[in-house]
Ligand binder design. Structure first.
Ligand SMILES: Cc1cc2nc3c(=O)[nH]c(=O)nc-3n(C[C@H](O)[C@H](O)[C@H](O)COP(=O)(O)OP(=O)(O)OC[C@H]3O[C@@H](n4cnc5c(N)ncnc54)[C@H](O)[C@@H]3O)c2cc1C
Length: 476
């Protein structure tokens, strides 16, 4: 176990002096939320202080003080993570970026925007639209901070066409664990200038440095987007259509899959029953939701004709066009509510967001459902069929937490093992945090896990930044 110090009254006073007494919480003032992210089932720990700095300079001063005194620091954005990433496992300081929420400036010639890390995704997306620009990454939780999105390399619905958050980060200002400020990545579109430390920090979940400013790439906003619901008899047929849809050269913005079970729950819970359950007299077992975008509606409808041919060849009952804004909103609201619905129906919940090759999705899902039956837990799934990224939830009711976690661990172990066998990855977009560390280790093997640990030590020799996460073992 690393030897961390506790905050003394003197150190607390020094931290308060840096951010101002209105911008920190100590002891009983600290809200319970700061002890965990969206998955408290992975464990909670209260910090000794929560600081909300307003600038790179304040972050740097906090880090220098904590480095000199070996105090653990955990960075927190909006706390919407799903892997325990911002849980302060060793107490110490929680450094919240949510006061650093300014959209600083647009560069309309180079299609970039400079922002602070605490800007929420929904605010950046809406503000960019005001400039007729699109910020393409679109993770399901719109209130997450962009700093958190960058730190987990968040993906989302549009990744199949536009890529993940990583693809939109051109430059950043970051504070190293010892308080030194570094500028990474020139805000130009190409660079072959040494190792990309920028890309090392993207997706590093607050374990290497604290991001305090970002230059993000934007694109001209596509003027038209039309969604299409493809109903199928079952999940195997639905997923089986995806490689053909991808091969047909349609350049879809998103290809999502959903099982009937979750669609029914969503309709019951939200009252929004926009997905038809019987099409042409046949019960629907699963759906694919495709979105095509562009600037010309006629051109999109030409691509849609090809989509209809391909999907009907693959067993779709029909292709339902969703082009009225109110219906499109209802469809996407239903899709966005899935996790909330699953949470509402379960007392206890564990999740995985593996990514497997697209043509192995159906095999993987069948396997996991089988494991769920074996251990008596309910398995529910939906996800990004276009890139093989599956959100699988293991839920339990009428069990105590330890009993549930023991069963869930068995399901997770089997599922991650299968995922590795299928050449998949432990996390497609939610990250490792501390909840998925053991699975990362067995999936990448000791050599790569050890290399990650060595990189961590080079950035953070005292291991004060977000201890116990990704590849850092508290026991080591
Ligand atoms: C309903 C729901 C749906 C979701 N859907 C998706 C989805 O479709 N795709 C997806 O990718 N994710 C999804 N997520 C997960 C979550 O929204 C993302 O992981 C998001 O990027 C987290 O942002 P945050 O600001 O809440 O980060 P936090 O949870 O606060 O932190 C996440 C990690 O980033 C680190 N971090 C945060 N800010 C910084 C910074 N400035 N510098 C360094 N490190 C930092 C933290 O230390 C932590 O390790 C979903 C979550 C929910 C609850």
């Amino acid at each position: 176990m690393s030897d961390y110090n506790k905050l003394t009254p003197k150190l607390i006073d020094q931290l308060v002096a840096i951010v101002g007494s209105d911008n920190c919480y100590v002891g009983d003032e600290i809200a319970e939320d700061y002890s965990h992210d969206e998955m408290p089932i992975y464990g909670s720990q209260a910090p000794e202080i929560v600081c909300l700095p307003a600038s790179t300079e304040e972050v740097s001063r906090i880090m220098k003080l904590c480095y000199d005194n070996t105090i653990p620091v955990t960075v927190r954005g909006a706390g919407t993570g799903l892997a325990g990433g911002c849980t302060p496992l060793c107490g110490g300081v929680v450094l919240s970026t949510m006061r650093m929420d300014k959209i600083i400036e647009y560069d309309m010639n180079n299609l970039t925007v400079r922002i602070q890390p605490g800007v929420r995704l929904c605010d950046l997306a809406a503000d960019a639209l005001e400039h007729d620009l699109m910020y393409p990454p679109d993770p399901g939780e719109k209130t997450g901070s962009v700093g958190g999105n960058v730190s987990t390399n968040a993906g989302g619905m549009r990744a199949v066409k536009y890529g993940t958050t990583r693809d939109y980060v051109l430059a950043m200002t970051a504070v190293l664990p010892n308080g030194e400020v570094v500028e990474l990545g020139p805000a130009v579109t190409k660079s072959s200038s040494g190792y990309s430390l920028l890309h090392l920090i993207i997706g590093s979940e607050g374990t290497l440095a604290i991001i305090t400013e970002l230059t993000m790439k934007l694109i001209p906003n596509p003027q038209v987007s039309i969604s299409f619901i493809l109903p199928f008899e079952n999940i195997e047929e639905a997923i089986g259509s995806v490689p053909s849809i991808k091969l047909a050269g349609l350049n879809p913005q998103s290809i999502e899959f959903m099982e009937r079970d979750i669609v029914d729950s969503s309709a019951n819970y939200t009252g929004n029953d926009i997905f038809p359950t019987v099409v042409q007299g046949r019960e629907v077992g699963a759906y694919i939701l495709v979105t095509l975008d562009g600037n010309d509606e006629d051109e999109i409808m030409q691509r849609a004709e090809r989509l209809m041919e391909v999907s009907e060849e693959k067993g779709a009952y029909d292709v339902l066009v969703v082009n009225q804004p109110s219906i499109r909103d209802a469809v996407w609201e239903a899709r966005s509510a899935f996790l909330t619905v699953i949470e509402a129906e379960a007392d206890l919940l564990d999740e995985m967001d593996v990514v497997v090759p697209v043509d192995r999705i159906a095999e993987f899902l069948e396997y996991v459902h089988g494991v769920g039956v074996e251990y008596g837990v309910r398995i529910r799934s939906f996800g990004h069929a276009g890139d093989g990224n599956l959100h699988i939830y293991c839920s339990g009711n009428d069990l105590d937490r330890d009993e549930f976690m023991a069963l869930s661990e068995k399901v997770m172990e089997a599922a991650y093992k299968k995922c590795t066998e299928l050449d998949g990855q432990v996390s497609g977009e939610h990250g490792i945090g501390h909840a998925k560390k053991q699975y990362l280790r067995s999936s990448v093997g000791e050599t790569l896990y050890g290399l990650m640990g060595d990189i961590k030590t080079i950035f953070d020799p005292k291991h004060i930044l977000n201890p116990g996460k990704v590849c850092h073992d508290l026991e080591a």
